[in-house]
Design a protein around this ligand. Structure first.
Ligand code: NDP
Length: 276
């Protein structure tokens, strides 16, 4: 196992989230215990799952098999879209699947704006947090207006907003809003969701540091202050993606990567308003 101290970001509930985690979206439920277990062996201490991934049980199994103390791990899960009418029951089902008494972070997976009940769903999450079973609560795929609305209606600011964010889609306006409100930015599709950017400048930066493009991209997330949760089914890539703490991108590197942002045209995943 690699002994690396993963940097953390302080959240508004007083906890600190490891900036690098391991995502298990599209990890086969039948292989999740093995794959998440490999990630823990490689050194990851933060796993991002969701009820909608149907693999929470495998994550719990991997944690127990690892022998790592639960307190030394960060576990995030999410409320599935179909469960917005009964968040409390769905949360308990997630805890049961994981086999834990609490999670470190519980997120509303999508706002489902047409359905329009997300402010009430957020109120339910605040009750779950008060019960101590979710240390931090947050949201995912929320845009500024959705964040404004839940903050105005409940007075409770989410600790985290997990959104699509990669070098071609840098979410500048949303990140500025997060910064202003003390919301941590978590990046899904941190590597671009499967196809790494082929921008020559990334190859040049990678060559200059003796690193891969994936490592440069993940290092960029760390230096700009995002939480990043790359996924891989393969140990060698898990290790590659974890080996990003022994080099620093220069200001010139960061400026060159900032220039790769294509604004809304860079989006690769589902638009928050299109998820029903
Ligand atoms: P990523 O950006 O992490 O890309 C993963 C893909 O990149 C896989 O196809 C993987 O292939 C490949 N890959 C991994 N490492 C490397 C590498 N070093 N070099 C080249 N290719 C690599 O996208 P994800 O969709 O997996 O997102 C990450 C996590 O974000 C998810 O697992 C999930 O936890 C979260 N997420 C959240 C969403 C939300 O709505 N809140 C939506 C989508 C994701 P292989 O496995 O074969 O190595």
């Amino acid at each position: 196992m690699t002994e690396t101290t993963i940097p953390t970001i302080a959240l508004n509930n007083g906890t600190a989230i490891p900036q690098l985690g391991f995502g298990v979206f599209r990890v086969d439920p039948a292989r999740t215990a093995e794959i998440a277990g490999t990630a823990l062996e490689v050194g990851y201490r933060h796993i991002d799952t969701a009820a909608g991934y149907h693999n929470e049980a495998g994550v719990g199994e991997a944690v127990r098999a690892s022998g790592i103390a639960r307190n030394d791990l960060w576990i995030t899960t999410k409320l599935a879209n179909g469960d917005q009418e009964h968040p409390e029951d769905a949360f308990q089902a997630s805890l049961d699947a994981l086999g834990f008494d609490c999670v470190d972070l519980y997120l509303i997976h999508w706002p489902l704006v047409e359905k329009g009940i997300y402010p009430n769903v957020w109120k339910s999450l605040t009750s779950i947090a008060e019960s101590g079973r979710a240390k931090a609560i947050g949201v995912s795929n929320f845009q500024i207006e959705h964040l404004e609305r839940i903050i105005a209606e409940t007075g409770v600011t989410p600790a985290v907003n997990q959104v699509e964010l990669h070098v071609e889609f840098q979410q500048r306006e949303l990140r500025a809003f997060h910064l202003e409100h003390g919301i941590a930015t978590e990046a899904w599709y941190p590597l671009g969701g499967g196809t790494l950017s082929d921008a020559p400048v990334l190859q040049q930066i990678a060559a200059a540091h003796g690193k891969s493009v994936a490592q440069v991209v993940l290092r960029w997330h760390i230096q700009v202050g995002n939480v990043a949760i790359p996924k891989s089914n393969h140990r060698d890539r898990m290790a590659e993606n974890f080996d990003i703490f022994s080099f620093q991108l220069t200001d010139d590197d960061l400026a060159a990567i900032a220039a790769l942002d294509r604004g809304d045209e860079g989006r690769r995943g589902t638009h928050p308003l299109q998820m029903r």
